[in-house]
Each structure stands twice: as C-alpha cells, then as structure tokens.
Design a protein around this ligand. Structure first.
Ligand SMILES: C[S@@+](CC[C@H](N)C(=O)[O-])C[C@H]1O[C@@H](n2cnc3c(N)ncnc32)[C@H](O)[C@@H]1O
Length: 252
C-alpha cells in the first residue's frame, strides 16, 4: 500500500510492472513512509484515507481512524430506518463523518444531521461528504447543545469517546496518534454515553430509537442507563468478533 501511495498507482499496475526500477525520488519517498510506519504512524495517516462501508474516507490526525466495528452501528441504524419514509437522522460526534455519510448514501431519502465538538473534524467530514456527494446538515458544539432549539429525529446514533482516561490502550498502537477527545471522555468511559442517553429523549420522536457504540465491557452499564432514562426494548448487538458493541432502545 505504501508503494502504491508513493507511486500513485493502483495495485494492478504494481503487479504488471514488478521489475520496473524505482526513480530515486520514489525510492526515497517510499523509504521515508516505511520508516514512519515502523515508528508506529498509522497507515491511514500515511496514505490519508481508510475504507468504511465500501466508501473511501479522508482521514487526518484530527479524526478517529474509522474502525470496522462501527459498520455494525450503521447496519443497526439502517435496520431501524426500514419502512420509514424521509426519516430524520442524527449522528453525534461524527468525526470523519463515516456514520452520517454512510447512512445518507444508503438512504438517500433520509434527512441526516451530524455534530462534533471539533471544528477540525467537521472540516474533514464536510470534505468527505462533498467527495462522496452526500447531503448532511452539520452543527458544531457539545452533544445536544450543538443543535438548534427545534427539531426531533427518528433515529439518533453515536460512537462517542468511551475509553476510560486511565486505560493503558491509550498509550498503544494507533491510539497514540489519534485525538484524545475522540477516544476518551477523560473520566470513567461512560460520561459521554450518559450525557447522550440523558439528552436523547427530548430530541427523539415518539417510537424513535437511539443506538450507541460502546466498549466490549460496557453493554450492561449502557443498557442500565437506557432503561433508567425511560427507553423501552433495550437491545445489544454483537460485532463480527461476537463482542457486545452496540446498544440502543426505543423512545416510547
Ligand atoms: C470515537 S470518535 C467517533 C468518530 C466517528 N463517529 C467514527 O465513528 O469514526 C468520537 C467523536 O466525538 C467527538 N466528541 C468528543 N466530545 C464531544 C462533545 N462533547 N460533543 C460532540 N462531539 C464530541 C470527537 O471529536 C470525535 O469526533
């Protein structure tokens, strides 16, 4: 992938030209990239993109690198939207925009709104939406405070920062290079989830649903918070590794 990126050629070209010599400039560029990768710089930062739900998304150091697990959140949200015409959908903490944009592309009749606290993240998300011709309404600010005073939704989704501040994984792998605000709530990992759950009732239409991505060990806590906030039909979905990763419920 690094050689493809250095040459700006697809894999098929590389296979067909496997004995071509590299120019000194390309060889130097490739060696620099390989050295950065050995130092741990994430592949998505080196090549500037990551695929998600079959679409290519620009990724910078200002956003979370899209994770395959988050495709589950999109799939669960799409299932909730089945049978609804021109539904209003909200993605909170949109980062690079992968969830909002994937939903908007899969459901072109949906009216999709997305928020983030980070101005830089919203710029990346807007560029991704433009490149993929997705129509989204963007708002900057903290959780529900970002939204205008009026407006309710049929489905709210979020993949908020849910890693506890003391979690040692924050000092490992790709996480060292991602924005701390995208990874941790700076507390026990549940505070952003709790804020979203406690505010969602005021922003959901009756019968609407809220779906949250969370850590593999947070399903019970999230289910408890949803039930305590008045949500019905609280359910958890497992990812491809069979870990409980998305929990939500219906606002009755
Ligand atoms: C785990 S990342 C998810 C990004 C993207 N939705 C994804 O799934 O790749 C969490 C996002 O929440 C945003 N965020 C953190 N605190 C926030 C707040 N108080 N209000 C709104 N967004 C916030 C971060 O900037 C980050 O983009």
């Amino acid at each position: 992938m690094l050689l493809e990126f250095a040459l700006q050629k697809p894999r098929e070209w590389l296979l067909a030209h496997d004995t071509d010599p590299l120019t000194p400039q390309i060889a130097a560029k490739f060696l620099t990239l390989a050295a950065q990768r050995r130092q741990g710089v994430p592949m998505a930062h080196l090549i500037g993109w990551r695929e998600f739900m079959g679409h290519r998304f620009e990724v910078t150091a200002s956003v979370l690198i899209p994770r395959p697990e988050t495709e589950l959140l999109v799939e669960v949200a799409l299932a909730s939207l089945a049978g609804l015409s021109t539904p209003a959908v909200l993605d909170m903490g949109t980062g690079s925009g992968i969830v909002a944009i994937s939903l908007a592309l899969a459901r072109t009749d949906a009216r999709v709104t997305a928020t983030d606290l980070s101005v830089e993240a919203l710029s990346v998300a807007q560029r991704n939406a433009q490149a993929l011709s997705a129509h989204i309404q963007w708002w900057q600010g903290s959780w529900f405070e970002a939204l205008p005073s009026e407006g309710k939704f049929q489905v709210i989704v979020s993949n908020p920062p849910y890693i506890a501040a003391h979690d040692e994984h924050l000092q490992q792998g790709d996480l060292r290079f991602e924005p701390s605000q995208a990874l941790t709530d700076g507390a026990n990992g549940l505070s952003a989830l709790e804020k979203i759950i406690s505010g969602a009732g005021l922003r959901l239409l009756q019968g609407g649903s809220l779906w949250l991505e969370h850590g593999y060990d947070q399903a019970e806590a999230v289910s408890g918070m949803l039930t305590a906030a008045g949500f019905a039909n609280v359910q958890t979905h497992a990812d491809l590794a069979n870990l409980p990763r998305v929990t939500g419920g219906v606002w009755a």
